[in-house]
Design a binder for this molecule. Structure first.
Ligand code: GRF
Length: 212
């Protein structure tokens, strides 16, 4: 049996992906433990959930984030102290400092609500992604899990899952469809990483497409 991996969640939004990962651990699907939540939004669903479940939470102030050196130090100290194996960005919008990306190469994952490389990069977050997908008359969208590198939404893709766009789709209905898929896709990938089925050290991981 592989040792349980220590998973640090970085989240500042509603926290629904965080909750889906927490539940997958609780149900024995993911062989890991959430050792820490790092957030830059005290009043977020993610922080509220961590409080309810007694999960350690560390806050990143704007002041820390704005000083690049303090930001990298803060992360390094906490990730070392909590012996983090894997960093999961579950609704975290700030850039991760280069030092941490190097230190945790292929051990930082992000989920994005489109089929990357389409509709990704700076400025593509939240509803903006779905609005652009609809106005571009796309027939499909979906979610992507990828390793994080120094460019927004750019790192190697690990897995994607598609959703069909109906003729009367709105950004809101599409966001709900995609989020639903995210709640299955992210735990699925994290499970595989925790079982060492996706190798951290491979330069380009296998792209897996999950079909319903
Ligand atoms: C998700 O849509 C995810 O793809 C994006 O941020 C959103 C977070 O939602 N990176 P939640 O906070 O997990 O509900």
């Amino acid at each position: 049996m592989i040792n349980k991996k220590n998973i640090t969640i970085m989240a500042s939004g509603n926290g629904s992906n965080f909750i889906s990962i927490y539940n997958a651990i609780k149900n024995g699907i993911i062989n890991g433990r959430i050792n820490l939540l790092i957030s830059n939004k005290k009043r977020s669903g993610a922080v509220k959930f961590a409080e309810e479940k007694n999960i350690y939470t560390k806050f990143l102030s704007k002041k820390i984030i704005d000083s690049r050196k303090d930001y990298a130090n803060f992360l390094e100290i906490n990730l070392k102290q909590f012996e983090t194996d894997l960093i999961i960005l579950a609704g975290y919008l700030k850039m991760i400092p280069k030092e941490i990306i190097i230190m945790y190469k292929n051990r930082i994952l992000n989920i994005h609500p489109s089929l990357l490389p389409k509709f990704g990069g700076k400025g593509f977050y939240g509803m903006k992604v779905h609005e652009k997908v609809i106005s571009s008359n796309e027939k499909v969208s979906g979610a992507t899990v990828h390793f994080v590198d120094e460019i927004y939404d750019n790192g190697p893709i690990i897995a994607q899952q598609k959703v069909n766009i109906s003729p009367n789709e709105t950004p809101l209905t599409l966001s709900k469809k995609v989020l639903d898929v995210e709640h299955k896709l992210f735990p699925h990938v994290i499970k595989k990483i925790c079982e060492d089925e996706i190798n951290f050290n491979k330069i380009k991981p296998k792209i897996e497409e999950i079909r319903k």
